[in-house]
Design a protein around this ligand. Sequence first.
Ligand code: SF4
Ligand code: SF4
Length: 185
Amino acid sequence: MKADKTFADEVMKRSGQDIHACYQCLKCFVGCPVAAYMDYKPNTVIRMIQYGEREKVLKSHAIWLCVSCMTCGARCPNDVDMSAVFDTLREMSREAGYAHEAERTVVVLHEEFVRNVKLWGRLHEVTFFIPHMLRSLDLFSNLPSGLALMARGKLPFIPKQIDGIEEIWRLYREGYKTKGELGQS
Ligand code: SF4
Ligand code: SF4
């Protein structure tokens, strides 16, 4: 596959992270709680970006497994925040139309989370999980734990909008800006 020389520049601009600072010390990989399940480890993803392997990276499962715990960024001697890099890669993967069926549950989870917070100002689990279950065609895996929580009164059925919801809507209107877009790299 031909190397895409613009890939690293695009990822760096959008994520605000200096990909070329990485010298493969593996600290991110060793500290990552989900690295064992990734097809490419965090440090390997960095190397692939440096080599311009756009399609391989944007089609990987690893980018959908990162849970943004930020352990890697805290451990990196060069301040590379891989959670920001993975956020960027997920956006680029969606834009390129690569977020395929295997990632459907994760993509739908992200979309419904954002939609729910916009609606109520914080997450309301019931109105979050019902559309998520329907859209991901996964109707039953979370049902027993959801019903058990409801029985204990831990999941309020009726949602309540927070005070000052206009501030949340303002954030949505103005859009999320990465460190790169804010010029704080
Ligand atoms: S932020 Fe993502 S890549 Fe980094 S340690 Fe956490 S799960 Fe792993
Ligand atoms: S911890 Fe930082 S320098 Fe080390 S491999 Fe990971 S990204 Fe590269």
